[in-house]
Structure formats: C-alpha cells, structure tokens
Design a protein around this ligand. Structure first.
Ligand code: NCD
Length: 315
C-alpha cells in the first residue's frame, strides 16, 4: 500500500472575506453548531424558498456521486437558486488538458459558489486559491468531506446530544474521507472514539495523534463483538476500493466485516447505526428494518444541511 494519506496538513482557513468550506477544521465548533441549528429550522420549514433566487452554483464533480451531487442540487432548487454541471469530464476542456486551476478561474466567473469533488487530496484547497467565489469541498480523494460530516452530526443530534457519546468508527478509516472529517469534528464534542478496522486500514496516525492531543480518547479494536455493546453510535463505512493501489490488497480486506441483526442483539437500546452510503456488503439488508438503522434518514438530512451551507456561504 502507498504511504497513508496526509490528513492533518490543512493550512489555516482562507481569510479573504469568502466563506470557503474546505476542511471541517475551517469551521470550528461554533460554526458547526450554527449550521446544525439552521438545518433544523430548515427541516421545520422555517426558511425563505426564494433565499437564493438569482444565484447559481456550479457542481464540478470529477468522481462518481449520487447523494452529494443530487442533494446539493435539490438544496439549491429548494432555495430558489439554479445549479449548473460540468457534465462528464470527457466533454469538458479538462479532456484537452486544461488545469483545475484554470477551470476554476473560468467557472468562478460564471457562478456564485463552486461545489467540487475531485479524486486528488488537496484539490479543493487549491481551487479555493484560484476561485473568486466560495468553494465547498464535496470530497477530495482520501482527504475531507465536510458537508457529509455536518449531516452526520445533524443526524446524531436528532437522536441524542453529541456531547460525550461513545462512537464506533468502523471499516476503512485509512482511505475514508468521511471519517477523516467526522473524527476531527467529534473531538470538538468530548466524544470517545472506538475504531474497528481490518488490519492496515486504521486511522492515519497523524490524525489519531491529533485527536489524542485534543484530549479525545481513541480506542482501537480489530473486532466489533465486544465493543458494540458500549456504543451510542456505530458509523460504518465502505472499503474505498478505488483508492487501493492494486486489486490484491483490496481483496485481502474485502468483505472482512458485516453488520447483521444477530450482531445487534444486546446493544444499547438507543444505539443508532449510520453509514454515509453507498453500502456494498458491510451492512446486511435485514438491518434496514431495525430501529437502529438511521442511514437512509441520514442521507435525507443531506438536503437541509446543504441548504444551510449554501445559504451561509452566499449571504
Ligand atoms: C462517501 C464519499 O464519497 O466519500 N459518499 C458520500 O458522499 N455519501 C462515502 C463513500 O463513497 O464510501
């Protein structure tokens, strides 16, 4: 496997009057809490459906996406704004060799906000340096995924206060950008983090060290059976096949864990199971009907949360 991704090297937030959201570290606890509270008001239908009338967002997605792209699009539409897409990369000028920096310079002249997903870690930060409008990172390689973290926290807060919970982060914590963002945010809420990973897919050590330096207890596990009974939240992730250097190293860990109804016997009654989706085989479909399963609700929460984000960066 290649050297682990660097997840702690974010420079400080760009302070140029623009409210980029590149890393969860750009937000801080107050801004996160404000966005969650705003999403809750939006969910309760307390918002102006013409708040972003006349505004345009560019959705630049250079990696597959269903939920993130469509929920940003739905969010923009619900606030009266418009979205434009780059379409497939093959028909854009990137196919002619245009750099991301040039594409961003040009597109930011057309729109009011850019939402970017890119396979390279650091791409969103780079884009923010060339953009004349706010950039929201919708996932940069194995780096960060701050809008997912906000909807994860929002979903937890719908079931219980986030402060002080015991949360299990399970699966591919090495390449999973959702957990890289989420783990940092959780460290702002005095939570205890239990990691459950196949060998080789542990949290990158710079991130684990940062969490511990922030005073967060990080307890590593290879097996779920014992720890599952002491969790308030279990956050399951997919093995990020596309980020593995070769097929053999993926197949070494593929299908090495699976949440089943049997495994959930005896868990805390209020425990919830989250997953950023898409799922492959890490949660059995029989779990979907159990009271613990909150991942489809979590995906739905992407719309009010992204509405709150879009409004915040454009107002
Ligand atoms: C995640 C992503 O793209 O990082 N998906 C999402 O945005 N909900 C998780 C994944 O692809 O496994």
């Amino acid at each position: 496997m290649p050297a682990g991704p660097t997840v702690c090297s974010d420079p400080p937030p760009v302070v140029d009057g623009m409210r980029h959201i590149i890393s969860i570290r750009d937000l801080g606890r107050d801004r996160i809490d404000r966005l969650i509270a705003e999403a809750r008001r939006i969910q309760a239908k307390e918002f102006d459906p013409a708040a972003l009338k006349g505004k345009i967002v560019a959705l630049l997605f250079f990696e597959p996406s269903t939920r993130t792209r469509m929920s940003f699009e739905a969010a923009m539409a619900r606030l009266g704004g418009t979205s434009i897409n780059i379409g497939s990369v093959e028909v854009s000028s990137m196919a002619k060799g245009e750099t991301l920096a040039d594409t961003i310079r040009v597109v930011s002249g057309y729109v009011d906000t850019i939402v970017l997903r890119h396979p390279k870690e650091g791409a969103a930060r780079l884009a923010s340096e060339f953009s004349s409008v706010p950039v929201i990172n919708a996932g940069d390689g194995a780096g960060q995924h701050p809008s997912q973290t906000l909807l994860d926290l929002y979903t937890i807060s719908e079931s219980m206060p986030i402060e002080g919970i015991d949360i299990g982060l399970m699966g591919d914590l090495r390449y999973g950008r959702t957990v890289h963002s989420l783990a940092h945010a959780l460290s702002l809420y005095g939570t205890r983090i239990h990691t459950i990973t196949p060998r080789g897919l542990e949290l990158p050590s710079p991130l684990a060290n940062e969490l511990r330096e922030n005073g967060t207890e990080v307890i590593e596990n290879e097996d779920i059976t014992e720890v599952i009974r002491s969790l308030d939240v279990l956050y399951v992730t997919r093995i990020q096949r596309e980020r593995f250097p070769d097929a053999a190293s993926y197949y070494n860990v593929a299908s090495s864990y699976r949440i089943t109804p049997d495994l959930l016997e005896g868990v805390r009654p209020h425990m919830i199971v989250l997953h950023p989706l898409p799922r492959v085989d890490e949660i059995a479909p029989e779990v979907d009907a159990l009271k613990y399963a909150k991942y489809f609700e979590q995906a739905r929460n992407g719309v009010p949360v992204r509405m709150a984000m879009l409004r915040e960066v454009m107002q």
